[in-house]
Design a protein around this ligand. Structure first.
Ligand SMILES: Cc1ncc(COP(=O)(O)O)c(C=O)c1O
Length: 489
């Protein structure tokens, strides 16, 4: 199956519609997530009394980059973004980050989960009255999946490695029906797949929404995150600005799909895929464990459009954890102000979670590699914020002691302004094929994809555009579903 399967099961769909009626559920369309001006006024009125993270079905409409940045009653505005000044990044290029903190759950992965679940729900392929939704993840995706499941009245099972941050488990224990811890940490994705296999064999009535292979994840970011980037670009580009590219870690390779959208608008732009230096799978088929929570690795996700990836960038996790301290400890922030980073920026640096810091470093390296100037614009994404890693900051404080101004000066010089173009690879055609070929070992050998499928993905020129074009059809199915449920009439 190359495209998202949209074949309808009428009987099961009836069950899903009945459930929506009983639970007052209205499903937003992709078009509404891209442009909240299309959201009905009645929904906006209801949301005035709903908190951002509340388990309220109307919060499905808050699966968008446009949420007003407040914890309760927020309306919709322009896309949440920050432009990082050169005083911070050390490069003249303009680095613009989309901010994920203002999604429900504090991470944009609610969107990826929506993209995987909703096509199955509105077609009747997934029956929320009998089946459980399983969310294999390295952290935020299963939080997003458990959350979306709760809003859509589905039972859920979250799967994530035992080594992930405490905050994730505490929250999941309240939201997910069941949470399964798999052995290892961040990059132990194979263990997550093994658990899925075990669940499948258990005979339980469940559906596994594997973000690493589901094109709904790709499509949500292609359409919704891509559109958000385009919108911000229009706001900031000015007379001399040039969009040059985007950088993103490839946890499941969902977010990086926004680069495909932008490259269709700006064919000369670049897409940089980043990963941890301690687990350099894309760079050199490497493996290892690392501390950039959320970005997994040791495999290439099925939905990574490797043919469209221009560079691979590996980021040292030491840089990431030390910059987390620089950005969040009092002495770190004070040092940044002394180095002329505007206070308005410094006070918002907790919007960067670990992978956000890593993405910013990837964008800096991309800008350095192509010698970009002050007219050049690079985008990246902050999946989540430091809110999900407070315990990690505390652990570092305990382990390493007080963070002083000498630490700050060292980290700033070494890990931020000292970023170089090391551990980068500009991908030639055979390099892209080498990365694609790595998919064989996970997806064909272990996960049931076929030889023709992996060949098709590489050779067919309309492979990815066929998926991209499915947005309208999914929206049509969502509208029909809502009409039949009749909740907003
Ligand atoms: C914190 C964090 N950063 C980055 C990513 C990677 O994003 P993607 O899976 O869209 O490639 C994830 C994915 O779960 C994540 O949780």
């Amino acid at each position: 199956m190359t495209k998202i399967d949209l074949s309808v099961d009428k009987g099961r769909r009836k069950n899903a519609i009945k459930r929506a009626q009983e639970r007052n559920i209205v499903i937003p369309t992709f078009a509404q997530m891209m442009e909240p001006s299309k959201i009905p006024a009645a929904v906006k009125t209801e949301l005035k009394s709903v908190g951002l993270w509340d388990l309220h079905p109307r919060n499905l409409f808050r699966i968008t980059w446009h949420n007003e940045p407040k914890s309760s009653g927020g309306a919709f505005g322009s896309v949440n973004y920050l432009e990082l000044p050169s005083s911070l990044t050390g490069v003249p290029a303009r680095i613009i980050v989309l901010v994920g903190k203002w999604f429900p759950t504090g991470a944009h992965k609610v969107g990826a989960a929506f993209g995987c679940l909703v096509p199955r729900l509105v077609t009747g392929q997934f029956d929320p009255t009998t089946q459980k939704a399983v969310w294999p993840s390295t952290g935020n995706y299963c939080r997003g999946g458990a959350y979306d499941s709760a809003l859509l009245a589905c039972e859920s099972i979250a799967i994530l490695p035992e080594g992930m941050s405490k905050e994730r488990f505490e929250w999941l224990s309240k939201i997910a029906g069941e949470t399964i811890k798999t052995p290892g940490s961040e990059s132990n994705v194979k263990e997550i797949f093994d658990k899925c296999k075990e669940l499948r064999a258990s005979g339980q009535d469940l559906m596994i929404f594997n973000q690493f292979e589901e094109f709904g994840n790709y499509l949500w970011h292609y359409a919704v995150t891509g559109h958000a980037m385009e919108e911000v670009l229009k706001q900031v580009i000015g007379r001399h600005g040039r969009y040059r590219g985007m950088a993103s870690a490839t946890g499941s390779a969902g977010t990086i799909a926004s680069g495909d959208y932008m490259k269709q608008l700006f064919p000369d732009s670049k897409i940089a895929a980043s990963e941890a230096l301690q687990c350099p799978t894309l760079l050199e088929n490497g493996f290892g464990s690392h501390r950039i929570e959320g970005i997994g690795d040791k495999h290439v996700p099925w939905i990574h459009n490797t043919k469209n990836t221009d560079l691979v960038v590996a980021i040292d996790d030491n840089a990431v954890v030390n910059l987390a301290r620089l950005f969040n400890e009092e002495n770190g922030r004070q040092y940044l102000v002394e180095r002329s980073v505007p206070e308005a920026t410094v006070s918002q640096l907790d919007l960067l979670g670990f992978s956000g810091i890593s993405n910013v470093l990837s964008a800096i390296k991309l800008a350095k590699y192509y010698e970009m100037d002050e007219n050049d614009i690079v985008f990246t994404v902050l999946t989540d914020s430091m809110d999900l890693y407070r315990s990690r900051l505390h652990e570092m404080h305990v382990e390493h002691g007080e963070y002083g101004s000498t630490d700050a000066a060292g980290d700033f010089a070494r890990h931020l302004h000292g970023q170089s173009t090391d551990n980068m690879l500009e991908l030639r055609y055979p390099d892209r094929r080498r990365v694609h070929n790595l998919k064989y070992y996970t997806w064909v050998e272990q996960q049931g994809k076929t030889y023709p499928e992996i060949q098709d993905m590489w050779t067919r020129t309309d492979y990815w555009t066929e998926v991209q074009e499915q947005v309208d059809e999914i929206d049509r199915l969502i509208v029909e579903f809502n009409d039949e449920a009749g909740v907003l009439r």
